[in-house]
Design a protein. Structure first.
Length: 110
């Protein structure tokens, strides 16, 4: 089953992305856009370069982050908010259809 989500990229463009259920948001973004400076660790939950903000109205649809994701978010040089997640740790599910995700801009690019 395909799941569709809305991505706000680093230039504030809104892009609709479809991917198979079970695909991580990171992989779906990489398949569609191949953005630079994104997902540098390949999805190992250690670099936080796949950092995204989940729209407030969609945030509670996701499972809570696991301890390693929380630690990576807290220990990396990112602009973390209460809506921050690592896209490599979120597998798409049909319940996530039409959620909105905004790519964080790494501090090195700001």
């Amino acid at each position: 089953m395909l799941v569709q989500f809305n991505l706000i990229d680093r230039k504030e463009n809104k892009i609709s992305i479809e991917a198979e259920e079970g695909t991580t948001i990171k992989d779906a973004i990489m398949d569609k856009l191949s953005p630079g400076n994104f997902a540098l660790c390949g999805g190992s939950c250690i670099c936080a370069t796949c950092h995204v903000y989940i729209a407030e109205e969609d945030f509670n649809k996701l499972e809570s982050p696991k301890e390693d994701e929380i630690e990576t978010l807290e220990t990396n040089d990112i602009n973390q908010t209460k809506l921050s997640r690592l896209s490599c740790q979120i597998e798409l599910k049909k319940e996530f259809n039409n959620i909105t995700v905004t790519m964080a801009i790494p501090r090195t690019l700001t």
